[in-house]
Design a protein around this ligand. Sequence first.
Ligand SMILES: C[S@@+](CC[C@H](N)C(=O)[O-])C[C@H]1O[C@@H](n2cnc3c(N)ncnc32)[C@H](O)[C@@H]1O
Ligand SMILES: *[C@@H]1O[C@H](CO)[C@@H](O)[C@H](O)[C@H]1NC(C)=O
Length: 260
Amino acid sequence: MDGVLNVRSLAVAGVVTGAAVLGYLAGRRTGRTQLLSQSFKSDFGGKGNPLVQYAVDHSLREHPSLKNLRLMTLKVPRHAMLAAPEECQLLANIARAIGARKAIEIGVFTGYNCLAMALALPQDGKLIACDIDDTNVNLGRPFWKEAGVDHKIDVRIQPADKTLDDLIDAGEAGTYDFVFIDADKASYDSYYEKSLVLLRPGGLVAIDNVFLGGKVLKAEDTWNAATAAMVRLNKKIHKDPRVNISMLTMADGVTLAFKC
Ligand SMILES: C[S@@+](CC[C@H](N)C(=O)[O-])C[C@H]1O[C@@H](n2cnc3c(N)ncnc32)[C@H](O)[C@@H]1O
Ligand SMILES: *[C@@H]1O[C@H](CO)[C@@H](O)[C@H](O)[C@H]1NC(C)=O
């Protein structure tokens, strides 16, 4: 797409912030830097794979405001948290395919996926956007407005667990079409359970970073609390009869769970 996502510019962007690379080395947001620094080597399967770059080059159709938001985000500290564009595009396509009207984003950051999702929702659609910190959210807001979809996004700044409880208490159980979980790993299981309460049958919960940069493959004595929580959740969902699932090898691993 007009050269913006070519490897060279992304590699330059990727080395500008050494902190992001360090965060990457610490295994925080491994999948995310894939597009930012193609030269970085890791044991994560998609990394440096020319076919991954080919797929992005031949499928990404980034709305101009999404592109502007992404380029702005690359200048933000911790920009490695940015969601992978091809993943957001897939989620938006699925949201449209299932006729999503009500969605929830758990972990907004600068709101790249929020914008992709809001663009996929109808004019009267609603996206509940959960984060504990509005600093980065506020950086993204002008781009939501530029795209003309800011009216669909309802930001709730407090722990996402509390926001999900608020929605359940407000009688909204069974009314949501789509949830994207992309925040603190230790709470993923709780987010997953509450998402299943809030979703309608046929609704989808998408869970990001299920590979944790490959840490889920490492020996158990190397796991931190986040890795242990992710491994446990991956095992649980595999056997969960309440959902139909796919675990995608895209980005840092994405599980799609459709509520039965
Ligand atoms: C990986 S970033 C989200 C990236 C985003 N989905 C995107 O499209 O680029 C994770 C976000 O989760 C937020 N977060 C961390 N703990 C949280 C909590 N308990 N409740 C809600 N948000 C939380 C962080 O502030 C951060 O903005
Ligand atoms: C789940 O899969 C079964 C077939 O295994 C199908 O009958 C059912 O409709 C599916 N449900 C959803 C929500 O996809």
